[in-house]
Design a protein around this ligand. Structure first.
Ligand SMILES: O=C(O)CCC(=O)C(=O)O
Ligand SMILES: [Fe+2]
Length: 365
């Protein structure tokens, strides 16, 4: 039922009754080739609004109740998305997309020039300068700017215990950090997520400036952000070594293939809607990772998570590198043992793909 519905939703046809036209197509021996896949985002949204409450309930019943039905849903969307032609193509973009599809992560070396980073680094330097010692305590930066662009308030909210990360979020500021336009003007910066989403108009969603400093605890262990396709780009402002808290990404864990990954994502999926939520958002428990969630010594060795071995992508990088990743894959924030790690984490459209739109209508995104 799920696969049929997902395919019908994707079948390009002029008939308003997409289910009927898909059934006709199948009864004539037809399948979905790449030139028959719908790419019109608005038409997809229209089809979603045509779904009946019964259809929506039965999807939820199946996918909430059973990890295999849940994976079928995710995989049906992923397969068709990957089959859809990319909107923007050149050699680098194909390389990026191949890596995303295979591993869930792409490290784009030397992406941004000093010129393209000058404004954002100026901004981040200025905040750091004004915060002084308060830069070295975790919390949220409160920044209020008046109409004339003058700073009227700047402080660190400071969390009770120091968990190493200070964040400045666009969702709190109400604007993206200055210098974002320079970054987004790189011809590949938006093209990579737009290709990954197969949506030429997907937008920047949020930005978080993140300062990581040495502290006894790290801000986050192994987790997924979402079961939908939300891409993030980590823009590296200072070189990242094994000493100042590189992120780990468990390569291939974005795909809903491995049984442990399926199960973990299903738990997250259940957690998303209030009526199936149990406890806190599921995280990989410390004792289920070979090195623990917060290893003191960092390495490039594979990660062993719940007995499953994953090659890691480690975000050791140079200023100007950008690491693109699908946040439905397992990744972890690590201890910063010395120095400071400054990055800007951009996230892209959480309604950007057909899967995300579909789950949104079902109260799951
Ligand atoms: O800061 C890090 O290294 C991890 C960040 C992370 O988990 C995220 O942005 O989703
Ligand atoms: Fe994350």
């Amino acid at each position: 039922m799920i696969e049929e519905l997902v395919q019908a939703l994707h079948f390009k046809s002029d008939d308003a009754d997409f289910l009927k036209s898909w059934k006709e197509h199948v009864s004539q021996g037809g399948s979905l080739s790449k030139d028959l896949i719908l790419t019109d985002q608005q038409e997809f949204q229209r089809r979603l609004s045509a779904l009946t409450q019964d259809q929506k309930n039965s999807v939820l019943e199946l996918t909430n109740g059973n990890v295999d039905e849940f994976s079928t849903l995710i995989n049906a969307f992923d397969t068709l998305r990957n089959m859809t032609p990319m909107p923007f193509v050149d050699e680098k973009l194909v390389e990026a997309n191949d890596s995303m599809q295979k591993y869930g992560v792409y490290k784009y070396e030397n992406m941004l020039s000093s010129d393209q980073l000058a404004n954002i680094i100026g901004f981040v330097d200025t905040i750091g300068h004004h915060l002084g010692d308060d830069l070295y305590h975790s919390g949220k930066v409160n920044l209020h700017v008046n109409q004339a662009g003058q700073v009227v308030h700047l402080s660190n909210s400071k969390t009770a215990t120091d968990t190493s990360e200070l964040r400045l979020q666009s969702k709190n500021m109400g604007f993206f950090p200055p210098g974002t336009d320079d970054i987004a003007s790189h011809p590949h910066f938006l093209a990579i997520p737009r290709n990954w989403y197969r949506n030429p108009s997907a937008q920047l969603f949020r930005a978080t400036v993140s300062w990581l400093h040495p502290a006894p605890d790290s801000h986050i262990g192994w987790h997924v952000d979402s079961v939908t396709n939300v891409m993030k780009a980590m823009v590296v402002l200072d070189d990242i070594t094994l000493q100042n808290g590189p992120m780990y990404y468990a390569m291939t864990s974005h795909a809903c293939e491995n049984e442990m990954v399926k199960d973990f994502k299903h738990k997250n999926y259940l957690w998303v809607s209030p009526n199936t939520r149990v406890g806190d958002c599921p995280r990989i428990p410390d004792e289920e990772v070979l090195e623990g969630n917060k290893p003191k010594t960092l390495s490039y060795d594979p990660a062993v998570i719940k007995g499953n071995v994953f090659e890691k992508s480690v975000t050791t990088a140079k200023r100007g590198d950008v690491i693109f990743f699908d946040t439905s894959g397992l990744h972890s924030g690590n201890l910063c043992n010395e120095g400071l790690r400054r990055v800007v984490m951009y996230s892209f459209d959480n309604q950007g793909t057909f899967l995300n739109k579909f789950l949104s209508v079902h109260g799951k995104n």
